[in-house]
Design a protein around this ligand. Structure first.
Ligand SMILES: Cc1ncc(COP(=O)(O)O)c(C=O)c1O
Ligand SMILES: Nc1c(O)cccc1C(=O)C[C@H](N)C(=O)O
Length: 402
């Protein structure tokens, strides 16, 4: 593969399949399909699985793949090669990270998070705390109050950098530094950061981080997650999910667990090879992208969407911070009829999504969204809101997945 840099949008839009008549502003939930995925997955199925069979674990590199793919993700999140492991789901990866972090700060009981965190992170923390049975407490504060709530009672700061509803972004460098001054271990969820904006885990000194690859990284529904462990912890962090593939010698089939060295210990069981193939195809694009360019375009497109929607649709109230450094790569508006309005937009080919109680979200993914799409989206939003189209009965029906 040639490693020539790709110009964001100008060179990349043609690398995605997008259905005719659709403007896709939901890549913050499920990224669009890179055209190379089908061919890659088909090749792995036919040439590797089909012809190599079990030999493919060695001959096609399946066994080493989670680490190699992790190295490619590392570049997107400011991590060193060898510090990122791929596999499982994000729910499991945040669980592993939180368990390891609590273990490093065993005398403290507080787990600090915020009310903007994604529910699965909070649910996994509840489950882990109950399983540990050591009296840990999950403390939730408003996002603006996180910094003030850091104290010497907190064991772990457990937080998502970009709020899935509002798009509000925490200051990772500042919070990590303050947490460390107080002896707190940090776990960052990068679900809405990886591939959306530059992340500098090593520069911030973050301890653990995890993220998914089905949003901005475009690896497909159910694509594997990733887990970052700072190199200084990698040989000592304890994994709560001590599966055989994280063992030092998995094929010795010993009866007792002994963790592998480094981030390899964060593997759990057999990796999802076919899903990993789709991820590799999406990374063939990301390997050639400058994330700073993605960020600059994302902010400009976000500014444009905000200006156009505010001008055309006064009932929609911006809930995303205007300041560039305080937001991720989505724009969200509060609107009382938000659910129905989103259904009406989708019926007109503009796909965004809705988050209760009243938030309409629009993801900005500059690899395949440009100014023309944003302007067209603003026109469709204006039609639906100004024309009160959203009040029609057919848009009031609530779907199972929103
Ligand atoms: C911040 C955040 N964490 C976790 C998840 C989900 O985790 P999983 O991939 O395990 O469903 C999401 C979205 O689904 C999310 O936005
Ligand atoms: N992972 C999802 C899924 O399996 C179905 C529907 C949506 C999702 C999402 O990713 C939701 C997303 N994390 C959010 O920010 O709301």
């Amino acid at each position: 593969m040639s490693m020539t840099r790709l110009r964001v949008y100008d060179d990349t839009k043609a690398l995605f399949h997008l259905p005719d008549g659709v403007i896709y502003l939901d890549g913050n939930s499920l990224g669009a399909l890179p055209l190379g995925v089908a061919e890659r997955v088909n090749r792995v199925i036919m040439a590797e699985w089909g012809n190599e069979l079990i030999r493919a674990w060695n001959s096609a590199g399946w066994y080493a793949q989670p680490r190699h793919v992790g190295d490619r993700i590392a570049r997107l999140i400011g991590a060193k090669a060898g510090s990122v492991m791929v596999g499982d789901t994000l729910s499991l990866k945040v669980y592993q990270a939180l368990a390891a972090a609590l273990d490093m700060n065993a005398s403290r009981k507080g787990v600090l998070s915020d009310t903007g965190n994604f529910p699965t992170d909070l649910y996994m923390a509840e489950g882990l705390i109950a399983t540990l049975g050591r009296g840990h407490q999950l403390r939730l504060v408003a996002p603006e109050e996180v910094e003030a709530a850091l104290s010497e009672e907190i064991a772990v700061l457990y937080i998502t950098e970009v709020d899935y509803r509002t798009g509000r972004r925490h200051d990772m460098a500042k919070l990590t530094a303050k947490a460390h001054e107080l002896g707190i271990v940090t776990v960052w969820d990068l679900a809405h950061s990886a591939g959306a904006l530059p992340v500098d885990l090593a520069g911030c000194g973050a301890d653990f981080a995890a993220g998914c690859t089905y949003k901005y990284i475009n690896a497909g529904p159910g694509a594997p997650a990733f887990l970052y462990v700072a190199p200084r912890h990698a040989d000592s962090a304890r994994t709560a999910l001590s599966g055989w593939m994280g063992h030092a010698k998995p094929f010795a089939f010993e009866l007792g667990y002994a963790a592998a060295g480094g981030v390899e210990r964060m593997r759990v069981g057999t990796p999802p090879v076919l899903a990993m193939a789709a991820l590799e195809a999406s990374l063939d694009i990301w390997d050639r992208i400058d994330v700073e360019e993605v960020r600059a375009r994302s902010l400009a497109l976000g500014d444009l969407l905000i200006a156009e929607v505010e001008r055309r649709c006064p009932p929609l109230k911006l809930v995303t911070p205007r300041a560039h450094e305080c937001r991720g790569s989505q724009v969200s508006f509060a609107f009382e009829g938000g659910y129905a309005a989103m259904q009406a937009l989708i019926a007109r080919g503009l796909i965004g999504d809705f988050r209760a109680p009243d938030i309409m979200r629009f993801g900005i993914t500059p690899l395949y969204i440009g100014e023309a799409e944003v302007m067209k989206a603003a026109e469709i939003i204006e039609d639906v809101i100004a024309g009160e189209v959203w009040r029609r009965p057919e848009y009031q029906v609530v779907n199972a997945v929103t």
